[in-house]
Design a binder for this molecule. Sequence first.
Ligand SMILES: [Zn+2]
Length: 403
Amino acid sequence: MQRVQSRTAAVTPTSGTWTGGTASTMDGITTRLITSTNESATNATMALTVPWNWNTSAQPYLELKFWVDNPTNLYAGSGGIILYAALDAGMAKSASAYPASSLCSWQPIKTGWNTIRLDRREFSLVGGFVDGDWSAVTHLRVNVRSKLGTTVNVHFANVSTVLPRGIVLLVHDDADASMATAWEIERANGLKSSNFITTHWVGADKISWNAIERYYRMGFDMGSHTDHHTLLSTQTATDKALSVATAAGDLVSHGLLRSARFFAAPQGEADANITAAVSPFHMINRNAVPSPTGEGSKYPVSDQYVAQSKAWGRVGYVSYSVTDATLEDVKGYVTAMAAKGQLMCILTHIVGDTNLSTDTYNELCAHIAASDVDCLTFSEYFDGITYGSNNSPIGNPLVKGVR
Ligand SMILES: [Zn+2]
């Protein structure tokens, strides 16, 4: 089962009630009909009292589903369809917001059903409405306006808030021979992982370059965990740079170019000196503690069993160590983060020992595969296939450089 790139988002329909318009049905769906004739905006408006406050962090989109009979008759000058968000039933315009560009020009509206998603950045703030007001939005209003001498009919089905789909990142560190066991379990469940290799441990009784290269070609990511796993904080600047550069060179020489940009420091260390040492060779430094400030804030992926939202606010980062949680705990974390559209990073080291049996890991992978989440590699996550150009939960890492 191939699950990555599916990226469908969970939709939470509102149970709000439209006031205005006329009761109607379209294609068997209950709708409210708005008719606008002769450029009239005033006779073609309706309001929706929504039973939620718009949490733009957890539910970044408003989704509007409507049916239009003749979109070429929509007024384009100041908007054929405008959605307002307001803080009160009075829908005072001074406390509302509307799409910066009219929906007509914003995208072609087609005859029949249309689904439009708006996030808060696509609204202009007017009057007393400020950016911090979004969570207080309790009322929506739509206006429909036709061109002079024409009529347009728009059936509104619903307005929903949309939750991003949850993301699980499976991560393994070091170079244990059991990585291959983990990879096979993941593969059998349609999943892939991101692996941080201590490159001078490869071979002998550890994982082999042959296996690393084979699974890399299947889409598994192979990043750096330094050459010898020496704690970077104990090394001189020169030695630090050498540890990082050597491992990066090892990855490149084995053709692991797609994921050679990823780095994870031994024991999750992070400070400005480590950032300086890593910067010339890697674009992404996975960190242990995604604290909202300081070095940790640069690295969105966590190894710790904390759930927290970054200042950016859209995605909570959840992680745990399997040695410190039961299988049922972790399955519960997955279920909970899936329901919230969060990101979860699961780090393991050895699969098949007393801390984590192959059966347990298999059951966890099966649970993830059956959950409503995308299980991504770092490449897939950071290359933004999941969020489009501007909606990455961590901004746009590839243009910001080292994180
Ligand atoms: Zn390690």
